[in-house]
Design a protein. Structure first.
Length: 684
């Protein structure tokens, strides 16, 4: 790594950088006073561990100087104020971007100046000057394209001037670009080309007066630009102290990353204020690598991309333990906000239902055959089947629900299966698979007998295979299709019986829905009374039931005898690992770091609400243990994912279908990932 710190618990070790946006209270046309406010905020940002801080447009002079910008006394004072700021930066491990007017070749430019380590690294002039409505910048300033040179003399040194990228050599992937206010409002902002040229952080020094509704528009604009550019975007706007002769100012500061708002300041503050956010530079780099159209855009705009010059600098961040201050969702597949969670549940159901309706139309409107165990996955799949039948105007009796008790089926799950199918209104059939399983065990010479039971993997898979065999033959008999129930989490962990077990179906509606989301989908149907009081009661009971394959008998007939999570790890944590590894390609050490950040503190983070969500916490040693299990099983079981049935992709978190998001060799070794995981300490 080239990051500043190698401490596992330091955010900079894992591809993050802390950035800041500052809005100082200013005095119009008083650069010396404004420099003092700027330096204080620089120092505060450095104390918080930020690598970069952005200030507003023309912040050293004030944006509302109007024709005072043509007064040499003001311009001289601005350069002197810049000297103060640059000198203050000599002892601070931070890079600052400040705004001021600068004279170049007897013309005036609205500029952003980057200072670090006691010197000016470079100067970026504003490209687009608004000259409409309340703006008339062309009265005082010249636009960047009119510049005659690419280097200017400033504070006694020659410094780069023009289209620049600033690259930090000791914080991996920290490459930033600066544009000024109106530059973002045009159809193709300069930052678009800067992102294509390699900038991961886009900085905007703005003044932007406030009018009704403008703050929301700014936020959407910044958010969408960060999404289009696969970048972080820092936005600072002028605040208290700017002239209110004809305008007003709200001092809005924003940090967005790839379309997500990370931080926003309080608006209309009378005081100087500062926000910070930890941006994931590694995530941005991964998204650019993954979205090959980003590279195609680079090829289409070679002239603009190649026009940027790179300015290298070293921050010299002190070795320290800077914990990640960014919120990490414990349940990345399940929104923590109740309203958004309800919307997610509604959309997931509709995606699955629409896909099944289409498959039904191709299959000739046959019956749906589904095995119902009384557990989560088959419950959710049966609910999807019911909605699909409703959508096409067919009776739910055209769903053939089969419950197949075996050697280990508890009275609880059998009762739940029967009550659920009754609430749904499907055709119910119960088949005892024990006789056929006993025959199979006898035929293959298995040593199991009722008197001397042998509960090995063969004993378990015979039951799983018999269930699937019954479902397919029933589908033949009734001219239907078998609806699969296995979920994304089980596919990731290989927790499915290959070929003749729950691995196979004619169409699987659940294959890209993780276990943690399925639990909330079922609860959502219950909470919204979609099956009435009795249906809600059984759905809540199903959510509360221990997750189990029910293939080995337990001590009690009324409860499952096996615990899936005791064998493969807690689904809530394994789903977290799955999302980070597959969606973002993070190394195991970063996955463990994020899991620790999210899960080590019981009080930290936001929780999906519901009576069945445990407020667990995990030590780093526990996280490492379960992540090791995940990696071993994920790689070992790729062969099962290489031939899965058709299934709709549901979420942006990904699908493991070889025809969709995930193509991988079945014989790849997990050695590299497991070795990398060993870099993670066992304790804090």
């Amino acid at each position: 790594m080239t990051n500043a710190s190698q401490d596992f618990f330091d955010l900079y070790t894992h591809g993050y950088a802390r950035v800041a946006v500052a809005v100082p209270a200013i005095r119009v046309a008083d650069p010396a006073w404004n420099a003092t406010q700027t330096i204080e905020l620089m120092q505060a940002a450095a104390v918080r561990g930020a690598a970069l801080v952005a200030f507003p447009e023309l912040g050293l002079s004030g944006y509302t100087c109007d024709d005072l910008f043509h007064q040499h006394a003001l311009l001289d004072a601005c350069e002197a104020a810049l000297g103060q700021v640059a000198a203050a930066s000599a002892t601070l491990p931070i890079t600052a971007v400040v705004g001021l007017p600068l004279r170049v070749d007897d013309r005036l430019f609205n500029c952003a100046v980057v200072v670090q380590g006691g010197q000016v690294l470079g100067v970026v002039p504003k490209t687009f000057l608004p000259n409409y409505a309340e703006f008339y910048e062309a009265r005082q300033f010249n636009a960047a394209p009119t510049a005659l040179r690419t280097e200017i003399s400033l504070l006694g040194h020659q410094v780069p001037f023009g289209s620049l990228l600033f690259e930090c050599d000791d914080v991996s992937r920290l490459v930033f670009h600066v544009e000024i206010c109106e530059d973002l409002w045009v159809p193709i902002p300069p930052s678009s080309f800067a992102a294509l040229a390699g900038a991961t952080v886009l900085v905007n020094l703005s003044a932007s007066n406030i009018t009704v509704g403008k703050a929301d528009y700014r936020q959407r604009l910044v958010s969408m630009q960060s999404a289009r550019c696969l970048a972080a975007y820092l936005y600072s706007s002028a605040g208290a102290g700017e002239s209110t002769t004809d305008l007003a100012w709200d001092g809005q500061a924003l940090v967005c990353e790839n379309g997500e708002l990370l931080a926003e300041s309080e608006r209309f503050s009378a005081d100087s204020h500062l926000i910070t956010a930890d941006v994931d530079l590694e995530r941005l780099a991964h998204e650019r690598m993954r979205q090959t159209s980003f590279g195609q855009s680079v090829a289409l705009h070679q002239a603009q991309v190649s026009s940027f010059r790179r300015v290298h600098f070293t921050l010299g961040l002190p070795e320290a333990r800077r914990p990640l201050q960014r919120h990490v969702e414990r349940f990345p597949y399940v929104p923590s906000d109740p309203r958004r969670r309800d919307e997610r549940c509604h959309e997931v159901y509709n995606i699955q239902v629409q896909a099944l309706v289409q498959r039904l139309s191709v299959a000739g409107q046959g019956k749906l055959v589904i095995g119902v165990s009384g557990g989560l996955d088959s419950t959710h799949a049966l609910l999807v089947c019911a909605k699909a039948m409703d959508r096409v105007g067919r009776p739910r009796s055209d769903i053939l629900g089969i419950t197949m008790p075996g050697f280990a089926t508890s009275t609880r799950t059998l009762d739940q299966a029967l009550r659920l199918m009754q609430a749904i209104g499907c055709t119910v059939q119960q088949i005892d698979i024990r006789p056929s399983c006993e025959q199979m065990l006898k035929d293959i010479g298995h040593p199991h007998t009722p008197e001397n039971p042998v509960y090995d993997v063969t004993f378990e898979n015979v039951q799983a295979g018999e269930r699937t065999s019954h479902l397919f033959r029933l589908a033949n008999l009734h001219h239907g299709i078998v609806v699969g129930t296995g979920d994304l989490s089980e596919l990731a962990l290989g927790w499915c019986t290959y070929g003749v077990g729950d691995h196979m179906s004619h169409y699987n509606v659940n294959a890209s829905v993780p276990k943690t989301l399925i639990k909330h989908l079922v609860r959502w149907v219950a909470d919204t009374q979609q099956l009435g009081d009795q249906g809600s009661e059984v759905l809540h009971a199903i959510v509360d039931t221990e997750i189990s394959p029910e293939l080995v008998p337990g001590a009690k007939d009324d409860q499952p005898g096996q615990s899936t999570e005791s064998f493969i790890g807690p689904y809530e944590l394994q789903d977290f690992h799955l999302f980070q590894l597959v969606r973002y390609g993070y190394a195991p050490s970063k996955v463990a770091f994020l899991a620790y950040t999210a899960w080590h503190d019981r009080e930290q983070g936001r929780w999906p609400q519901g009576p069945c969500v445990p407020h667990n916490q995990y030590t780093l040693a526990e996280i490492k243990k379960h992540l090791r299990v995940f990696l071993q099983r994920f790689f070992t079981n790729q062969f099962k994912r290489s031939c899965v049935p058709n299934s709709p992709k549901v979420g942006s978190g990904g699908s493991l279908s070889p025809r969709g998001d995930w193509r991988a060799p079945s014989d790849a070794a997990a050695t590299t990932w497991l070795s990398e995981l060993e870099q993670v300490p066992d304790a804090q």
